[in-house]
Design a protein. Structure first.
Length: 158
């Protein structure tokens, strides 16, 4: 399995906090974005590639493709940051045999189907249920916007 140093749910995917704080904190040198729509959008992929600092590798995969990639072998020196927009992707990957120990929730914005979960993080009823299922599978899920923040277990919030 690949050397995953961070699995993060953030509906903004790549932005200042991810690129500066988390890359530095984890030592990540490869970012894998898993999103069915982004993986098919060449324009979005080119914009994402332009937004990362030199020296970082970026790959985008559909959930189906990512399942195979994440179960494969990676280069010894790779430190991978996985970015997804929502918990359903993590749950689908888990059900396809991809094992996660920890999941970081960093950004899930408000929308008509979501209610406030914690500070600026919102979740729908379905997303809350998925978080519960991930916890039941033994995956530790926590909220931590930036590395300097105190980690908050999502279990306390559901």
């Amino acid at each position: 399995m690949l050397n995953i140093v961070l699995t993060r749910i953030d509906d903004r995917l790549i932005h200042g906090q991810v690129m500066t704080a988390w890359v530095k904190y984890t030592g990540g040198n490869r970012i894998i974005i898993i999103d069915d729509l982004v993986a098919q959008d060449d324009f979005m992929i080119s914009m994402l590639k332009m937004s990362i600092p030199p020296g970082l590798k970026l790959n985008t995969y559909s959930v189906e493709e990512a399942s195979n990639v994440l179960k494969g072998e990676g280069a010894k020196n790779e430190k991978i940051i996985i970015l997804v927009k929502g918990p359903e992707v993590i749950y689908k990957l888990y059900n396809q045999g991809v094992l996660f120990k920890n999941v970081n929730v960093g950004g899930m914005g408000a929308n008509p189907g979501r209610k406030k979960l914690y500070k600026n993080i919102s979740a729908s009823d379905d997303e809350r249920e998925i978080f519960k299922k991930l916890l039941d599978k033994g995956i530790y899920v926590s909220i931590r916007i930036i590395p300097d923040d105190k980690e908050v277990s999502i279990k306390k919030l559901l």
